[in-house]
Design a binder for this molecule. Structure first.
Ligand code: HEC
Length: 213
C-alpha cells in the first residue's frame, strides 16, 4: 500500500516536471529581456550618429577654396542639415520654430542672424559651451538650458550654423570653421554654460567671412 502510494507520487512528480518546462517564463526574466533590448536600441540610436559616415569623418565638409582635402566637395548646408536633424531637432524642431515657452525659435532669431547686441561670435560661443538661465529671444523670455556642443568639430559647428543662418527665411552669412576654431581657443577655459549677461558682456564681432559657396 505504502509502496503503491510512493509510485503514484513519483508519477505525478514526473508529470509536473515535464509540465514545468513548458510553463511561461518568469515575468522578471521577460521584463529584464525587454529592458535589455530597449537599452540596446537606445544606445545604438544615440551613439551611432545614425550610422552616417560624415559623423565620424569630420573632414567630409569641404569648404570651397579652403581645404586641402581631396574629398569630393560637400555643401556645408547639406552636412549642417543632417547634423541639425541629429542634434537639434528634438528641441528647436524641424521648422526652426522651437516649442513655445521651452525651446526658442531659430527662425528669425536675433541670436542666429545677428542683432543690435548679438554678434556672430555670440552664436558660436553659445553653440560651443551651451546656455543656461534666462534668455530673451525675439521678445519672448526663456529660462531653460541649451547643451554644449564643443564635442563637435569646427567644421561641423560651422556647417550647422551656416545651415540655420540660411534656412526658414534666415539670410545671414556662412560661418567660417576658422572663426569657430579661434573662438574655441580664445575661450578654452569656459567650462560652464554661458548666461545671457556673460555672453552680451563680450563685444559683438563678425566672423571672418567664409569663402562664398
Ligand atoms: C535639449 C534641448 C536643446 C537642444 C538639443 C538644442 N538646444 Fe538650442 N537652445 C535650447 C534652449 C532651452 C535654449 C534657450 C537657452 C536658455 O533658456 O537658457 C536654446 C538656445 C539656442 C539658441 C539661441 C536662441 C535662439 O533661439 O536663437 C540657438 C542659436 C540654439 N539654441 C541653437 C541650437 C543648435 C544649432 C542645436 C543643435 C546643435 C541646439 N540648439 C540644440 C535647447 C536646446
Amino acid at each position: 500500500m505504502n509502496h503503491d502510494q510512493h509510485n503514484h507520487k513519483q508519477e505525478c512528480g514526473g508529470g509536473e516536471s515535464s509540465g514545468n518546462s513548458g510553463a511561461p517564463l518568469s515575468p522578471w526574466l521577460v521584463g529584464a529581456f525587454i529592458v535589455a533590448i530597449f537599452w540596446g536600441g537606445f544606445y545604438l540610436a544615440f551613439n551611432s550618429g545614425g550610422f552616417r559616415q560624415d559623423v565620424y569623418e569630420s573632414n567630409a565638409v569641404s569648404w570651397t577654396g579652403g581645404g586641402t582635402q581631396a574629398a569630393a566637395p560637400v555643401d556645408p548646408k547639406v552636412v549642417g542639415k543632417r547634423l541639425y536633424s541629429q542634434n537639434c531637432v528634438v528641441c528647436h524642431q524641424a521648422n526652426g520654430q522651437g516649442v513655445a515657452g521651452q525651446f526658442p525659435p531659430l527662425a528669425g532669431s536675433e541670436w542666429v542672424n545677428g542683432g543690435d547686441k548679438q554678434g556672430e561670435n555670440h552664436l558660436v560661443l553659445l553653440m560651443l559651451h551651451g546656455h543656461q538661465g534666462p534668455m530673451q529671444v525675439m521678445g519672448a523670455n526663456y529660462n531653460n538650458a541649451m547643451p554644449q556642443w564643443k564635442q563637435l568639430s569646427d567644421d561641423q559647428i560651422a556647417s550647422i550654423l551656416t545651415y540655420i543662418r540660411s534656412e526658414w527665411g534666415n539670410k545671414a552669412s556662412a560661418v567660417d570653421p576658422a572663426f569657430v576654431a579661434s573662438l574655441r581657443k580664445e575661450h578654452a577655459s569656459q567650462s560652464e554654460a554661458w548666461t545671457q549677461a556673460q555672453l552680451l558682456a563680450i563685444p559683438p564681432a563678425k566672423g571672418t567671412q567664409a569663402p562664398a559657396k
